[in-house]
Design a protein around this ligand. Structure first.
Ligand code: NAP
Length: 285
């Protein structure tokens, strides 16, 4: 009797470990050479438990890689002007090489204004309009970390996007929108789906490369995955549940597991981009 089909898994945990290892070596060399370790500033507004945990995890990972972190904790009542001022001060500080503004920042704050206060050379999380434009035009700059991680995974597993139909479900500025632009730059034919899309299921069924970035557990059903498709599940919902049904691996050709797929790549790219910003800031690149 033949074995049931199982997709090849894209091992983000392993690839992230490799990238962090290379970054750690680069950071050590840079610190030796210049006497100054790279420094990432983290900015957190309020005390949302998930955000607190994310920032703590990112700072711990920095420290392990030899990157110093400087934390700026602001009260939940911080105004847009105050936040923009705090971020601008970090942009002007030569001792800071990268800036991470943890989001969401709260509904009363103009998040875009706060992001735009990050100097492009320190935008290691790839959130500014300048970074987005540079990425879209194929110019040097920092990419949003999760899309950057997804593209590294596709490259590692030899996925050639040229001429293939890539369907991205989700269009958030940090995830869906940039990942579609990056796939377009790899010559995919890209379709975006979002909350106003009609006939979403029919579009998903056509996807040679499917990126799920919706934020809804198991939103993509196994039966709607094209047999042999490359499936990237960026979703991370409570209980380690992705945006794609777990059984989709019985239909896909290549798929990211949840956890251990896209998730670990995000922080790894953040560290790599911080090291890169520091190398430029310290004048070694
Ligand atoms: P988001 O800002 O909430 O965006 C969700 C997107 O999904 C929006 O574009 C929205 O459409 C679309 N959407 C929502 N409901 C839909 C529906 N019923 N049909 C079609 N489209 C729908 O979320 P995000 O920040 O991009 O995150 C998406 C997922 O990725 C979440 O699970 C999040 O946890 C995960 N994530 C993971 C990482 C990581 O490191 N692994 C990093 C970031 C995010 P509209 O634009 O029309 O509202």
């Amino acid at each position: 009797m033949s074995q049931p089909h199982t997709a090849r898994l894209m091992d983000g945990a392993r690839l992230a470990r490799d990238l962090v290892e290379r970054t750690t070596d680069k950071v050590a060399a840079l610190t030796r050479e210049t006497g100054t370790p790279p420094c990432l500033a983290t900015v957190l507004v309020g005390d949302d438990p998930a955000s607190v945990t994310y920032v703590r995890m990112k700072r711990a990972r920095c420290e392990k890689a030899g990157i110093r972190s400087r934390h700026v904790a602001l009260p939940a009542a911080t105004t847009t002007t105050e936040l923009v001022g705090a971020v601008a001060a970090l942009s002007d500080d030569p001792g800071v090489h990268g800036i991470l503004l943890q989001h969401p920042v709260g509904p009363h704050i103009d998040e875009r204004a706060a992001f735009e206060a990050i100097a492009p050379g320190k935008d290691v999380d790839g959130v500014t309009a300048a970074s987005f434009a540079a990425m879209s035009l194929g110019l040097p700059g920092f990419v949003s970390c999760t899309p950057g991680g997804i593209m590294r995974l596709l490259e590692e597993y030899g996925v050639d996007a040229a001429g293939r139909h890539a369907v991205v479900v989700g269009r958030s500025p940090i995830l869906g929108l940039p990942v579609g632009m990056l796939l377009l730059a790899r010559d995919a034919t890209v379709t975006y789906c979002h909350s106003r899309t009609r006939g979403l299921t029919d579009i998903v069924r056509e996807a040679d490369i499917l990126v799920a970035a919706v934020g809804r557990p198991e939103f993509i059903r196994t039966e709607d995955v094209k047999p042999g498709a490359v499936v990237v599940d960026a979703g991370y919902n409570p209980g380690n549940v992705g945006d794609v049904e777990a059984s989709a691996r019985t239909r896909a050709g290549l798929i990211t597991p949840v956890p251990g797929g896209v998730g670990p790549m995000t922080v790894a790219v953040l560290l790599a981009q911080t090291a890169e910003a520091a190398a430029r800031g310290l004048g070694t690149e």
